[in-house]
Design a protein around this ligand. Structure first.
Ligand SMILES: NC(=O)C1=CN([C@@H]2O[C@H](COP(=O)(O)OP(=O)(O)OC[C@H]3O[C@@H](n4cnc5c(N)ncnc54)[C@H](OP(=O)(O)O)[C@@H]3O)[C@@H](O)[C@H]2O)[C@@H](O)CC1
Ligand SMILES: Nc1ncnc2c1ncn2[C@@H]1O[C@H](COP(=O)(O)OP(=O)(O)O)[C@@H](O)[C@H]1O
Ligand SMILES: [K+]
Length: 550
């Protein structure tokens, strides 16, 4: 995956080192936005980056003015005084009432600049000032706003009649739980069901873990400032964030690289870096086995459909050759759905699970193996034998449930584990709740197992043992549906089987597959609504995702 665009970073850093000033590389570079989109920061890293910008000479007040100006313009665009684009059920666009919540720090300062700007544009602005003691710059903006006769209140109730609320209580400076009075105000605000725009992050959320520190604003939309904060990639924060949008303010790439490193540890998977890993172009002279041979091991009498869905996911990957090992009695069914696949019929247990792989099967002849969907836990010997193989191995579903009962002895070849939160808990019982700080959880799990771990969820996170983490920043709850994980397993297996060289970073290929899967869900939901994305339909949208690329 083209990570930080190493060449550019080296260039940028080189320029700084030589002259102290940036030469020739500007943030207006067409690539700037797409580079910025990959980065994820903690509150501490954002502080450090901000500090470098200030030390380099940017005045704090000037930066606040610039950033808050961009926020104000965006709010005017979203809720214009005149015009028909406004989605709100507001009839009189001439007098939009905007309630602005102001906290003690620079998040509150941003909010006050927004208040002033909207006031001058003709909006009716009211301020709820939650604290008597403010940081210096925030205090100055409050004084000026008062001089403009903008009304200030120390209770939130007077804002109840506002059409829109802007939340500038706390940004990334919030580190401890909210006091009762602010928490009460936020709870009241949430009960009004008004459109709320949060500045930087919904007040009350922890910037890194996305945890609710007592209570938190439930925003309709959040305008994240400068760089994506980690909370935007944590499932537990999503219902508070609403629609997420990045408001860039031209932070020099050199300052980002100085803090995050040339290859940041955590990356959002963007279209650009996913594309770079897709096996889109084949050599003109090739043959099916050169394009990867994937062995799927899946299905049982009870879960026959899982094998079909995994097979169709693998088909979507474009893999050169597909073999599917299933209980012998499922062979006719599999052939009818996947005529191109070689069906390996296996001896069955009494319960209709795979008892063992057929005698004489040579696992070395496959480029990769994906094992697990629909197996039932009766297929333990099969999982044992693939764990002993030296092939790249994806384990999912019952493959993971079986693994949880076994010892994962060290494997030479890459191992990819793809649990949802329930499977994760069974596999890694001593790692804290995977629904809390998912980024931390997946990273620990990868180090503990020495495997690439993909933790499924609304923001699927992938970690490799060396510490890199990839997060899929967009998806759709349409995927929360039986069988969509089976599709992912087949797709991942197909992509890994096609990896042209063993040196290709496995976690990046896995991240690419997870991105593709999510995009297929998004596209299918767009065309068919979120209700229309059953797992079979999902497989039909894998290839259409690529339409924009080739
Ligand atoms: N980074 C950038 O480049 C840019 C940043 N900008 C903006 O600055 C924001 C960050 O500003 P910030 O650092 O002043 O922190 P912020 O989130 O406003 O709040 C911290 C304040 O709250 C207080 N406090 C904390 N917890 C509390 C509690 N539970 N209950 C009560 N009080 C509590 C804490 O005081 P303490 O008591 O800890 O001394 C402190 O005063 C950022 O999100 C963005 O909007 C842009 O303007 C320009 C570009
Ligand atoms: N709320 C959600 N938003 C986005 N994606 C989701 C959501 N819930 C589940 N998914 C995705 O759907 C898939 C579900 O996989 P899994 O739980 O293994 O289902 P199954 O075992 O039925 O196939 C995963 O890829 C997961 O990331
Ligand atoms: K906020």
């Amino acid at each position: 995956m083209a990570l930080l665009g190493r060449s550019l970073v080296t260039r940028v850093m080189g320029n700084r080192e030589k002259g102290g000033k940036m030469k020739g590389v500007h943030n207006s570079n067409n690539n700037y936005q797409s580079k910025i989109a990959q980065f994820v920061v903690t509150a501490e890293q954002m502080h450090q980056i901000e500090e470098r910008v200030f030390v380099a000479g940017m005045p704090v007040a000037a930066l606040m003015e610039k950033v808050a100006g961009l926020i104000a313009r965006r709010i005017e665009e979203l809720y214009p005084l005149k015009g028909s684009e406004n989605q709100l059920p507001i009839t009189n666009h001439q007098s939009l009432n905007i309630g602005i919540l102001v906290g003690p720090g620079h998040n509150g300062g941003d909010a006050l600049v927004v208040a002033r700007e909207l006031h001058f544009q003709g909006y009716k602005v009211s301020v709820y000032l939650a604290f008597p003691k403010l940081k210096e710059l925030t205090s100055q903006h409050a004084r000026y706003a008062r001089s403009l006769t903008i009304p200030f209140f120390d209770q939130i109730e007077p804002l109840q009649d506002c059409d829109i609320i802007i939340d500038g209580l706390f940004g990334f400076g919030l580190e401890r739980p909210l006091s009762d009075s602010v928490a009460d105000a936020i709870n009241k605000l949430n009960s009004w069901s008004k459109p709320i725009i949060s500045i930087d992050i919904p007040s009350g959320l922890h910037t890194d873990t996305g945890e609710v520190l007592g209570t938190a604003v439930r925003a309709t939309r959040t305008l994240c400032l400068g760089l994506w904060k980690q909370a935007f990639l944590q499932d537990q924060a999503l219902e508070y964030i609403g629609k997420a949008e990045l408001i860039g303010f031209d932070i020099p790439l050199a300052d980002i690289a100085a803090v995050l490193g040339a290859t940041p540890k955590i990356q959002r998977v963007t279209k650009a870096n996913a594309y770079a890993n897709l096996p889109l172009v084949r050599p003109p002279v090739t043959h099916k086995y050169k394009q990867g041979h994937l062995l799927l091991i899946c299905g049982s009498r009870r879960y026959a459909g899982g094998a079909i869905l995994t097979g169709l996911g693998a088909r979507g990957s474009g893999v050169g050759m597909l073999s599917i090992a299933v209980p012998a009695s499922l062979k006719p069914l599999l052939v009818s759905h996947l005529p191109e696949a070689l069906i390996v019929d296996c001896p069955e247990t009494e319960t209709g699970a795979i008892a063992s792989l057929p005698d004489g099967i040579n696992l070395d002849s496959y480029s990769a193996i994906a094992c697990g969907p629909g197996l039932t836990t009766d297929a333990t010997p099969v999982v044992q034998s693939v764990l002993e193989s030296d092939r790249t191995l994806v384990l999912d579903a019952d493959g993971l449930n079986i693994l949880a009962q076994l010892e994962l002895s060290p494997r030479e070849a890459p191992t990819i584990l793809t649990p949802h939160a329930g499977e994760f808990k069974r596999l890694f019982p001593d790692i804290a709740e995977p629904t809390k700080d998912r980024i931390e959880a997946v990273s620990l799990a990868s180090q503990q197992s020495n495997a690439v771990v993909l933790l499924k969820g609304a923001r699927t996170a992938i970690a490799n043992p060396s510490g890199s983490i990839y997060i899929i920043p967009e998806s759709t709850p349409a995927l929360a549906r039986g069988g969509s994980g089976d599709v992912l397993t087949g797709l991942l297996g197909g992509l890994l089987a096609q990896a042209s060289s063993p040196q290709m970073p496995i976690a990046e290929i896995v991240a690419t597959g997870a991105w593709w899967h999510a995009q297929a869900g998004i596209l299918a939901a767009k065309e068919r609504t979120e209700l229309g994305v059953d797992a079979f339909t999902l497989t039909q949208y894998l290839i259409p995702v690529l339409r924009g690329i080739v």
